[in-house]
Design a protein around this ligand. Structure first.
Ligand code: UD1
Ligand code: CA
Length: 482
């Protein structure tokens, strides 16, 4: 088998507790850029083309396994957290096929780049190593296992903080905990003991076992040690988040997106953004959101799992969830598009308009203060200010359909389920409780009655005189002229 075609299995160690998170959620499920930390490792493994991905679970195993359920990902339970060597053995028991190189990752280092891992595996194979350790260099590597280099730069030993001499503690090169092993590792790991200060089974002991049979152990050094930064508490988590956000945002900036105040926006790594999109300050873009070329996302808007087509403008303080906005449309400020809102091209949605499960065809205008729920509206229809589709009867939701070219007067209530024909007119203030045929005009409100002289009689009442004279001087003058 050639170096390129040899399979790669990936073990992700994620059984540790992480008490310092002070959380009911297992540590590795705390999200960074919208994705649980351990899911970053799974994603990297899949992007590397892993033959098999095994996640070693222990603390919070049920939750971790439930969060990662997907084809191609297997789980191995580590019954007791006896150390990384024991975790490796647990995971290796799920690798039944053999004949692969084995990459070990941790569930709490989400910043590792796939390119780095690809280079690591390539270096391991090209140099014919039995074990390759991914290392980094820090001025002070306190806490980490240190790399003791030997002849020809090969790794002679890895010494844990607890077991290190003062001279070893001064070493800046540290063990990231990421390794590539050849296919012998599962068998060799059975020989790991726990005779050390911590009484743990150290995965790093594999190094000595390889040396004992004359195999080569080499290091692959990271140029940026931040890539293996983990999070032990929520302070650490925000650091990771900051680094990931800078990476994501830099990527968008370099591919032609304008983001005027990058440190105020949050963009999850699942979001896709086209060229010449403008993102104003305070914007949150989450989930499977897609923003096409030339669109603008206004200040303090929050978009989740939504699609914004070419050149559309979302104005400030709008909230979109599972919504689709057609090309050239404009939405907001202060609009709320709830799940199932689909706007065609050139739709205008103004302030304080809420839509839900609503299909608005091209050119529909709803400029002010409306609720459009469970309704389909034809092209060019004008929805007046204050229009309400009363879709709920207290028990069930009902679906309505408004035709094209309809004029809905302000403050109309459409009592669902309703069908309004094309080109119909609805007089303002109507409560529409019957369907309207094509081309008709509907008025549905009490007939107006004017009572002459009513105001003069009202204000003439003695109990209102004091208020009139003290607080309403213009009206008091008007009364005198009557
Ligand atoms: C380990 C390395 C150390 C390295 C450091 C990098 C050993 C002996 N030491 O330190 O050289 O510098 O990682 O962070 O391996 N885990 C399990 N089951 C266990 C123990 C750990 O699944 O029984 C998992 C944890 O969830 C975590 C990872 O393994 O994802 C590392 O565990 P941790 O205790 O942080 O590593 P150390 O042993 O301190
Ligand atoms: Ca530890």
């Amino acid at each position: 088998m050639t170096e390129q075609t040899r399979p790669l299995d990936v073990l992700i160690l994620a059984a540790g507790q992480g008490t310092r998170m002070k959380s009911a959620l297992p540590k590795v499920l705390h999200p960074v850029a919208g994705r649980p930390m351990v899911a970053w490792a799974v994603k990297a493994a899949q992007e590397l083309g892993a033959r098999k991905v095994v996640v070693v679970t222990g603390h919070g195993a049920e939750k971790v396994e439930a969060a990662l359920q997907q084809p191609g990902v297997a789980f191995a339970r580590q019954q007791q957290q006896l150390g990384t060597g024991d975790a490796f053995l647990s995971g290796a028991s799920a690798l039944t096929e053999g004949g692969a190189d084995i990459l070990v990752l941790y569930g709490d280092t989400p910043l590792l780049r796939v390119e780095t891992l690809r280079d690591l595996v390539a270096s391991h194979r090209e140099r014919g190593s039995a074990m390759t350790v991914l290392t980094g260099e820090l001025p002070d590597a306190t806490g980490y296992g240190r790399i003791v280099r030997g002849e020809g730069g090969e790794v002679e030993r890895i010494v844990e903080q607890k077991d290190a001499t003062d001279a070893e503690k001064a070493i800046g090169e540290f063990n990231s905990g990421v390794y590539v092993f050849d296919e012998q590792a599962p068998e060799l790991a059975k020989k790991i003991g726990n005779d050390n200060k911590a009484g743990e089974y150290y995965l790093t002991d594999l190094l000595g076992l390889y040396h004992a049979q004359g195999d080569h152990v080499r290091a692959f050094k990271l140029s940026d040690p931040n890539e293996v930064l983990g999070a032990n508490d929520r302070v650490g988590l925000t650091e990771l988040e900051g680094i990931v956000q800078r990476r994501i945002i830099e990527g968008h900036l370099r591919s032609g997106v304008s983001i005027s105040l990058p440190h105020t926006v949050l963009i999850e790594d699942t979001v896709q953004i086209g060229r010449d999109v403008t993102i104003e300050p305070g914007v949150l873009l989450r989930g499977q959101t897609v923003i096409a070329e030339g669109a603008t996302i206004g200040a303090y808007s929050v978009l989740t799992d939504s699609v914004v087509h070419e050149g559309a403008v979302i104005k400030a303080h709008s909230v979109l969830e599972q919504a689709e906005v057609g090309a050239g449309s404009d939405v907001g400020p202060f609009a709320r598009l709830r799940p199932g809102s689909v706007l065609g091209e050139g739709v205008h949605i103004g302030n304080f308009v809420e839509t839900k499960n609503a299909r608005l065809a091209a050119g529909v205008k709803a400029g002010h203060l409306a609720y459009l729920g469970d309704v389909e509206i034809g092209e060019e229809t004008n929805v007046g200010a204050g229009t309400i589709v009363a879709n709920f009867d207290g028990i069930n939701k009902h679906q309505s359909k408004v035709g094209a070219g309809v004029f809905i007067g302000s403050n109309t209530t459409l009592i669902a389920p309703r069908v309004v024909g094309d080109a119909a007119f609805i007089a303002g203030g109507s409560a529409i409780h019957d369907d309207i045929p094509e081309g008709a005009m509907a008025v549905a409100r009490g007939k107006q009655r004017n009572v002459e002289g009513w105001a003069r009689r009202y204000w003439a009442a003695p109990e209102r005189r004091e208020k009139l004279e003290k607080k309403l001087p213009w009206l008091a003058g008007w009364m005198k002229r009557q």
